[in-house]
Design a protein around this ligand. Structure first.
Ligand code: ZN
Ligand code: ZN
Ligand code: ZN
Length: 382
């Protein structure tokens, strides 16, 4: 990933330190994965059983401890150099050697009995090891303690999300021109994977190709099913381009669709549109879900819309905030999330349409802007 300027990472740590203080935490414990990339610009080549841990101590803004302006990390000795060159900005590193108790080393930076938020992706090995080394301490998943930590994107981040979305649009445009009938789901999936990479994706997280009855399973993975005339085909694909994610779903039809297939597709398309339009100042996350769901329910398919309407996206392809009933958090400018209603008819077919949007950015103040925009009308493929 192209690094941002050093002050960007220091500012993120400063903001997190303040949020942690407000949440009554002693700090954040950040392990390799999206959180470490976010706070340090560092993504170790191999995430191994050895502990790498960035400590961001809570700070109320008055005093600024080490670990905020200058990052403070525990690192395996053999990766100390990787950290030094990989991290953006200076890091005060506490290296530990093989044979040492890495969790005891980390505990020296922490408060016994303290309460820390730890990366969701931290290995259980380290969570349990830290708890053992820090008697009385409490560790909570960071997305539970501070769910909005990475939710609001800066204009620079949105630009990368938009580039990822444009790459996904280009991939979809090209797949439409290729044959579907007579090929296996996984062959189409392999094409999508290659097209995403050809259009700037460094990492492909999923290329779901769900033909006919498989489309009724929202997370069906591409398999050996051969696509044939008459199939509705759900294509859900995404990954990371320059560190930031795309996530698109389109449903196409092999040959001419039936009247009911068209009807269901129209309902989902209208629901998706309603979800996007629900992003207005003052709206909450659940309002997006309610708006999309109302359209599906009105059409009589409510029981077949079996998942939430959307999820946040950024350095990962699935993260808070979630567009779901009960999520009363207000939508803020710069939040990026998917709007992806679906209808799933068991044994028959499914339809889902998904775009990633950014809320209220300067390009479209007061509304959602789609970050991918390939045609949503039902495409007939050959
Ligand atoms: Zn059909
Ligand atoms: Zn999605
Ligand atoms: Zn998706």
């Amino acid at each position: 990933m192209t690094p941002f300027a050093p002050h960007v990472y220091a500012e993120r740590r400063r903001r997190a330190a303040a949020q942690a203080a407000r949440a009554g935490l002693d700090g954040l414990l950040v392990t390799p994965g999206p959180d470490l990339a976010y706070f340090l610009g560092y993504s170790p080549a191999a995430t191994t059983e050895r502990l790498t841990l960035l400590v961001v101590p809570a700070a109320d803004g008055a005093a600024e401890p080490d670990g905020v302006a200058q990052a403070l990390a525990v690192v395996p000795r053999l990766e100390a150099h990787d950290l030094e060159v990989g991290a953006v900005g200076p890091v005060e590193a506490l290296a530990w050697s093989d044979g040492e108790d890495e969790h005891a080393v980390a505990a020296r930076l922490l408060r016994p009995g303290g309460r820390y938020a730890i990366s969701d992706s931290a290995w259980a090995l380290h969570v349990l090891g830290l708890l053992e080394a820090l008697p009385g301490a409490a560790l909570v998943p960071v997305t539970r303690a501070l769910p909005m930590l990475r939710a609001v994107k800066s204009p620079e981040e949105v630009a990368r999300m938009a580039a990822a979305g444009a790459g996904a649009d280009a991939a979809f445009g090209e797949i439409l021109a290729r044959p579907f009938a007579g090929r296996r789901e996984r062959e189409v999936a392999a094409d999508l994977d290659a097209l995403l990479r050809a259009h700037g994706h460094k990492q492909v997280d999923f290329t779901l190709v769900c033909a006919g009855e498989n489309g009724a399973d929202p997370h069906h993975d591409a398999g050996d099913r051969v696509l044939r005339e008459g199939d509705m085909v759900v294509l859900d694909f995404g990954g990371l381009a320059d560190g930031y994610g795309s996530d698109t779903t389109r449903t196409v039809h092999v040959g001419e669709p039936s009247a009911q297939e068209r009807e269901v597709h129209d309902v989902v398309r209208a629901a998706q549109e309603a979800g996007v339009r629900a992003v207005v100042p003052g709206a909450t996350c659940q309002d997006v879900d309610r708006a999309a769901r109302a359209v599906v329910e009105e059409a009589g398919y409510g029981e077949h819309f079996i998942h939430r309407t959307g999820h946040g996206i950024g350095l990962t392809t699935h993260e808070p905030p979630y567009m779901v009933e009960g999520e009363t958090r207000p939508i803020e400018a710069g939040m990026c999330f998917s709007v992806e209603p679906g209808i799933y008819l068991p044994g028959r077919f499914g339809v889902r349409i998904e775009d990633v949007v950014v809320a209220f950015d300067d390009a479209v103040p007061g509304a959602a802007r789609r970050l991918n925009d390939s045609p949503r009308a039902l495409q007939v493929v050959g």
